[in-house]
Ligand binder design. Structure first.
Ligand code: SF4
Length: 123
């Protein structure tokens, strides 16, 4: 089914939005990637940038997840139950800052977007 959609996309120049946790699928079919967590966009960029140089710790977790997602899905459930910070990753983050309990900064640079107080250099 996806192959049919992809071929139509190429033939007619149609845009497709693919929503999935399957990174193999994403890597095969997508040019640009937006990563969401807890209803928020936390990182955006080209496929090359996101896969070769992920910045947000949740994006790194997704990319480093093995095909057996059972453990990672349990961890994600904890992440989504966060109630103590505007950052949906706060309870799981190993590099959180004091400011992360109060607000999250967003950064844009060269077509990339990152929502993390650590920024592009220190994420
Ligand atoms: S550093 Fe702060 S904003 Fe970035 S993922 Fe960790 S808790 Fe969230």
């Amino acid at each position: 089914m996806l192959t049919i959609l992809y071929n139509q996309h190429k033939k007619q120049g149609l845009g497709i939005i693919l929503i999935s946790h399957d990174l193999t699928l994403i890597a095969e079919f997508c040019d640009d990637i937006s990563v969401m967590l807890g209803g928020q966009f936390i990182e955006k960029g080209s496929k090359k940038d996101i896969f070769s140089n992920p910045k947000h710790p949740y994006t790194k977790l997704l990319i480093n997840s093995k095909p057996n997602f059972s453990k990672e899905l349990l961890e994600m459930k904890e992440i989504i139950n966060n109630e103590h910070s505007p950052c949906p990753y706060y309870n799981y983050c190993k590099n959180s800052l004091k400011i992360c309990k109060i607000r999250i900064r967003s950064y844009s640079n060269n077509g990339r977007f990152l929502k993390c107080n650590r920024g592009f250099e220190n994420a």
